[in-house]
Design a protein around this ligand. Structure first.
Ligand code: M6R
Length: 602
């Protein structure tokens, strides 16, 4: 987690640094800081809270500089405070760090570091202290980094300023770093989003690379400090996804962008006229695999859960799913003829990335479904299926989720096509999804009213069956993430095996109930809840509503769906309820407490 931006420029670069930090705020936002070097003297500012606080103090202190490194933090070791905030300043160097140093206590003794010199609770300050020692020993910043990297266990990207030099020195292992080349500057950031708008070209650093950048040149070295070249790519300008426009929050904008993002994703892979699904060209014949293993975290994992239902019903392939943080450590055996699919919005989630490694080590072909095309996961996988949601800024995933579902639905249809058994009804229906999504968005006031009734409740439950079970989990995750209210999702059939004990008078239970083959079973589950005083909020279609009226306290009618389209379309109600409830409660919708957009730690 955490974000790094550093710039060496001909002119003052502090505005670009602050703007880069804002762009990286999705990686963490509990404190931030920056440091410059001027006439061989380090100047710095650190602040607890959002980047806005740092910007204010930088302006107040009139901090300027042509060479600067900066950091936005998501606390792992030590709570958010000035003493734990980066950069860390030592006699000869300044450091910002993203990642986790696993052996930092061992390093203390290996390098005979005096504990009194370590003022913070972080794993990072020790690195600054050691680097300071190594600079004294080698008198060469690149050699010092080479020696430092040899001793570290863990993941890191570091940026250093060093006394006596106007360069920025960086290195990485297991955490991303991208170099940006401009006309009068060179920069480095944890993500292309952090780079200045006027960047012309970018270079992705590879594992253990070391780089030195100043205003006019960049040198890259391998782990043995041999000079190397890395491929340059064109820098694509950021789009207006980063501007809220008339919306109150990015999350609101991203929810309302879904008719477009879903349609873009579907039209990218399917041709309505020619009636075909066409995935990007590859030699992989997916229908020849016997097993598909899907792994991901959080919301992306819920999309895998939905895909399991789809793929099992629509193809002849066995499907297993796993949470990435569990899968990577499991001592599971791989059956021959398996394909591993990882799903990730950011493409940087550490646990998911490690699962990709695990697949590779076991010679399992890999597919990634990612929203960020130049992310680590995208670059490491054998085959990429992009979700074309555009940058997602709100920490709570919305449009990226529906694009993941759209790609997975197309993937299932693609296998059916290879098996020569494509379901025409499903195929035709995917081109209509965006219209249904629009219809739901037009009912925003109904969702506001529902949200209003939830303001004073202590707990909320979601239930569903079949593909609506993962959607119930997703509804609960979305709600707790941004409203901080206790909310749980259940498979409706499981209620009587325990959760029913939680139902008391007026507890709201939101039921996801498309009129499908599970509908009547769900009605029985609703009656179990009703009999115990629960308050039923039913989301269903016209057919479902006819029957459900008498069992529901509140009913919202959404368009008719089928097995393939229902998870995508029912995403909208759960997002809108969570969003409006969070707005009523006044939480920080786009940057909820304790979370970050990209989880690059284990
Ligand atoms: O970037 P990823 O899709 O790999 O992220 C996975 C989860 O961290 C993410 O989906 C998280 O659960 C969201 N904040 C949920 O809204």
């Amino acid at each position: 987690m955490c974000g790094i931006i550093a710039i060496a420029a001909k002119n003052d670069c502090i505005n670009d640094i602050i703007s880069g930090l804002y762009s990286l705020e999705y990686r963490g936002y509990d404190s931030s800081g920056l440091a410059t070097i001027k006439n061989n003297h380090f100047e710095y500012n650190k602040n607890v809270g959002k980047i806005f606080n740092l910007e204010k103090s930088v302006k107040k202190n009139k901090l300027t500089g042509n060479v600067a490194i900066a950091h936005t933090r998501w606390a792992t070791h030590g709570k958010p405070s000035i003493k734990n905030c980066h950069p860390f300043i030592k006699d000869n160097c300044v450091l910002v760090h993203n990642g986790i140093i696993e052996n930092y206590t061992d390093l203390l003794s290996q390098y005979s570091i005096n504990k009194k010199n370590i003022k913070s609770d972080t794993d990072s300050e020790i690195i600054a202290e050691i680097y300071n020692k190594l600079l004294n020993k080698f008198n060469n910043p690149v050699e010092a980094i080479k020696n430092l990297n040899k001793k570290i266990i863990g993941s890191f990207s570091f940026a250093f300023l060093v006394h006596g030099s106007n360069s920025i020195f960086v290195t990485k292992r297991g955490s991303p770093l991208v170099l940006g080349i401009g006309k009068h500057f060179n920069a480095v950031s944890s993500d292309v989003l952090g780079l200045p708008d006027s960047t012309r070209e970018i270079i992705f650093l590879e594992e253990n690379d070391i780089a030195e950048l100043n205003e006019s040149s960049i040198s890259i070295f391998d782990k043995n400090t041999r000079k190397i070249k890395r491929e340059k790519h064109k820098f694509v300008q950021k789009q207006d996804f980063k501007i809220k426009g008339n919306y109150k929050h990015f999350m609101e904008k991203e929810i309302f962008h879904q008719p477009i993002s879903i349609e873009d994703t579907i039209l990218n892979f399917a041709d309505k006229k020619r009636k075909i699904v066409y995935l990007p060209k590859s030699n992989i014949k997916f229908n020849k695999f016997s097993n598909i293993i899907l792994v991901a975290c959080g919301t992306a994992y819920h999309s895998c859960m939905v895909a399991k239902y789809w793929l099992e019903a629509m193809t002849n392939i066995n499907v297993s799913i796993d949470i990435a943080s569990e899968f990577r450590y499991r001592k599971n055996k791989f059956s021959l003829n398996s394909v591993g699919i990882v799903v990730s919005q950011s493409g940087e989630t550490m646990d998911t990335l490690k699962c990709l490694d695990k697949f590779k080590k076991n010679n399992i072909p890999t597919v990634s479904i990612v929203n960020v095309l130049n992310s680590s996961i995208a670059r490491l996988s054998d085959f990429i299926l992009p979700t074309l949601a555009g940058s997602e800024i709100g920490v709570a995933s919305t449009k990226a989720f529906t694009s993941q579902l759209s790609v997975l639905a197309l993937f299932a249809l693609h296998i059916q096509q290879q098996e020569k058994s494509i379901n025409k009804l499903y195929f035709n229906s995917i081109f209509e999804i965006h219209k249904s999504v629009n219809e739901i968005l037009n009912k925003e006031n109904e969702f506001k009213k529902i949200a209003q009734t939830l303001v004073d409740t202590k707990s909320i439950f979601y239930i569903g069956r079949g593909v609506m079970y993962p959607m119930a989990l997703e509804g609960a995750l979305k709600l707790k993430e941004i409203t901080y209210k206790h909310c749980e999702g259940f498979a409706a059939g499981e209620l009587k095996h325990g959760p029913l004990a939680l139902i008391e008078k007026n507890i709201p239970v939101i039921v996801l109930a498309p009129y499908d083959e599970n509908y009547f079973k769900l009605i029985s589950n609703i009656q179990e809840v009703k009999a115990r005083g629960g308050r039923i909020i039913m989301i269903t279609d016209k057919m479902g509503a006819k029957i459900a009226k008498k069992y529901s306290d509140k009913l919202i009618i959404v368009p008719k769906t089928n097995f393939l389209t229902s998870p995508i379309i029912y995403s909208l109600p759960i997002q809108l309820i969570a969003y409006y409830l969070a707005v009523f409660l006044g939480t920080d919708v786009d940057q909820p407490r304790n979370l970050a957009k990209s989880v690059t730690v284990e």
